[in-house]
Design a binder for this molecule. Structure first.
Ligand SMILES: O=C(O)CCC(=O)C(=O)O
Ligand SMILES: [Fe+2]
Length: 499
C-alpha cells in the first residue's frame, strides 16, 4: 500500500487488537479502510494466514487485499495465486507492480478487487463500493502518488514530467523573475481584512484585456490592480497545456462520467486558456487555505490546468460536505463568506466559533496529492462545485536547484466570453454579482445563483442580493443566445492566438 500512506494515525487501545508497535501492521490496522472491514477482531489472524501462504506479501498489502475481498481469505488467496501465475508467464503483458507484494509507487486501484455476492471478482475501479472505502476520518490525510489512484479517488488528472525539462526550467526562471511584481490579495474574512498567505498575479492575453481586467473584472469583490500580460514562455507552454487538458477531459468523460457523457452545464467546446493566475509560495509556511475557485467568469463546471514548478508541495483536496447533513440554513440568506479563488487566506487565527467551514473540513478528512516540479494537474469539471482544494503549509521542504525554497504555480483558466462583467448581473449596491453553486440544501443542491459579494470586500457591506442563475445544458447563460442573435457577443483572445 505504498501509494497510499496514512500520515496521522489513530492510537488504538482495544484489547482485541494486539500491540503491533510501529511496524507496517500497526499502520495497516490504523488504516481508514479498516472501518469497512467486516469481522475486525479477526483481522490480524486473517493477515497472518495470508502471510503464511504468501511469505513475500507485505503486511500492509495483505490488509488492502482483505478489505477489497470483503474480508475473505479465500478470495484474497485466489487473487494472489492468479496474479503470481500471470507473473510467471514469460510473455505476460502485466506490469510486475500490479502484484501487491512489490514496492514503491504501486497503484492501489490496479490490484484492489471487489468480490460480488456470486463470488465473481471484478477490479475495484468497477465495483460499486469503490468510493465508499475512501472516506477519511477526522484529522486524517491520505497521501496519493500514482496517477491511477489520483484519477480514481479525486476529480483530478496528474501528468508527471509534463514539459521537456529545459522548457520547464525556462518557464520557472521566467516566472521567478516575474514574481518580484507579485502581491498579496486582500479580502474580507468575517469581520477582518486578511492578506493571502502567498503572492500572485493574474496574466491575460492582450492589452485590451489587461485594461478590462483592471477596470471591469472584479476578483474577490475588488478591482484588481496587479494584472500582467502573458509572457513568452507562459504563452508557449499554454499550447501544450491546452492539448493535454483537452485530452484529459475526454478521458475523464469516457472513463468516469455517467454513460460516458459530459456533465450537465459543462461546456462541450474545446478548452482554451485565455488567463492564468501565477502564484508564488516562498518558503514552507506560505500556503493557500481551503477554497473553491470563483465561478463568476469561468462558468459552471470549469476545468483548470495547474502547472507546478520548483519546490514540491502538497495539494490537499476534500469533498465539500452538503451542509444540510449538519445544519439547516437557507442559501438565499448566505452571509458567510466562502473563500474563493487565490485571494483565500489561512483561517487558522480565527476562533472556533468563527470557522464553521474549517470544522467541516476536519470532520471529513482529506486527500493529499504531491505536486513535484514539472507536474500538470488537471482539475476536472466536478472539482470546483463538489470539492475544495488547498496548498498546505509544509513542515519541511526540499529546496529546488533553481527555485530555492520557492514554488511557482500557474493555473491556466478559460474565462468565458459569455460571462464578461459587462453582461453579468449587478446587485443592489451596484456591484457585480458573483456566481456560486448551491450545496447546502438537498432540494436546491447543484443550482447556480448570483449573489452580492460586497461582504467579502474590505470596507463594504453586503446588500444580500440573490438571484437564481439560469444556464443551458452547455453552461451558456440565458443572455448568450440573445447576444448571438444580435451578433454583439464578446470574444476573448486565446493565449495562443494573441501575441
Ligand atoms: O498553488 C496551487 O497549486 C493552487 C492554487 C490555487 O488554488 C488557485 O490559484 O486558485
Ligand atoms: Fe484554487
Amino acid at each position: 500500500m505504498d501509494a497510499f500512506i496514512l500520515k496521522k494515525r489513530r492510537r488504538r487501545s482495544s484489547s482485541s487488537i494486539p500491540e503491533t508497535g510501529e511496524g507496517p501492521l500497526a499502520k495497516a490496522l490504523d488504516s481508514p479502510l479498516q472501518r469497512d472491514f467486516p469481522g475486525e477482531d479477526s483481522t490480524d489472524i486473517k493477515i497472518a494466514i495470508l502471510l503464511s501462504i504468501f511469505p513475500e506479501l507485505k503486511q500492509e498489502n495483505a490488509l488492502d487485499l482483505l478489505v477489497s475481498c470483503d474480508g475473505s481469505v479465500e478470495a484474497a488467496s485466489e487473487l494472489l495465486r492468479s496474479e503470481s501465475s500471470k507473473q510467471r508467464l514469460p510473455c505476460s503483458k502485466r506490469r510486475a507492480t500490479t502484484v501487491p507484494s512489490l514496492g514503491a509507487q504501486t497503484s492501489l486501484s490496479s490490484h484492489v478487487v471487489h468480490k460480488a455476492k456470486d463470488g465473481s471478482i471484478t477490479p475495484f475501479s468497477a465495483s460499486p463500493t469503490r468510493r465508499k472505502m475512501l472516506h477519511t476520518k477526522k484529522g486524517q490525510t491520505l497521501h496519493l502518488y500514482s496517477p491511477d489512484d489520483i484519477a480514481a479517488y479525486t476529480p483530478c488528472t496528474i501528468i508527471h514530467n509534463f514539459l521537456p525539462p529545459e522548457q520547464a526550467n525556462a518557464l520557472l526562471i521566467e516566472l521567478l523573475a516575474e514574481s518580484r511584481h507579485f502581491s498579496r490579495y486582500e479580502f474580507q474574512l468575517f469581520n477582518r481584512t486578511v492578506k493571502s498567505p502567498h503572492t500572485g498575479s493574474l496574466y491575460v492575453s492582450t492589452p485590451e484585456e489587461h485594461r478590462q481586467h483592471t477596470a471591469e473584472y472584479r476578483h474577490g469583490g475588488t478591482y484588481q490592480s496587479n494584472i500582467r500580460q502573458a509572457t513568452p514562455e507562459l504563452r508557449s507552454v499554454s499550447r501544450k497545456v491546452q492539448s493535454a487538458v483537452n485530452e484529459a477531459i475526454q478521458n475523464r468523460i469516457r472513463n468516469f462520467y455517467p454513460n460516458g457523457q459530459k456533465l450537465r452545464y459543462q461546456s462541450p467546446k474545446e478548452w482554451h486558456p485565455n488567463a492564468a493566475f501565477v502564484n508564488c509560495y516562498d518558503g514552507p509556511a506560505e500556503n493557500v487555505g481551503y477554497h473553491s475557485d470563483d465561478l463568476t467568469y469561468l462558468g459552471p463546471h470549469p476545468v483548470i490546468g495547474s502547472l507546478s514548478l520548483g519546490v514540491e508541495r502538497e495539494f490537499r483536496v476534500r469533498r465539500s460536505m452538503p451542509r444540510d447533513v449538519e445544519e439547516d440554513d437557507d442559501d438565499s440568506n448566505h452571509t458567510q463568506p466562502v473563500a474563493q479563488g487565490p485571494e483565500v487566506s489561512s483561517v487558522k487565527s480565527l476562533s472556533q466559533s468563527q470557522k464553521p467551514s474549517v470544522a467541516r473540513a476536519d470532520a471529513q478528512g482529506q486527500i493529499s496529492i504531491h505536486l513535484p516540479h514539472n507536474s500538470l494537474l488537471v482539475m476536472h469539471a466536478e472539482m470546483q462545485e463538489e470539492w475544495k482544494h488547498s496548498i498546505a503549509p509544509a513542515q519541511t521542504i526540499s529546496p529546488h536547484p533553481i527555485a530555492g525554497n520557492r514554488r511557482i504555480n500557474v493555473t491556466y483558466r478559460w474565462y468565458r466570453d459569455t460571462l464578461h462583467p459587462r453582461d453579468t448581473p449587478r446587485c443592489r449596491c451596484g456591484e457585480h454579482a458573483i456566481l456560486r453553486c448551491a450545496h447546502r440544501k438537498q432540494e436546491t443542491r447543484g443550482r447556480y445563483m448570483w449573489m452580492c459579494h460586497a461582504g467579502s470586500t474590505p470596507g463594504k457591506e453586503s446588500c444580500s442580493f440573490f438571484q437564481w442563475a439560469e444556464f443551458d445544458d452547455d453552461g451558456n447563460p440565458v443572455w448568450a443566445h440573445k447576444q448571438q442573435q444580435e451578433k454583439n457577443a464578446i470574444t476573448l483572445a486565446n493565449f495562443n492566438s494573441s501575441q
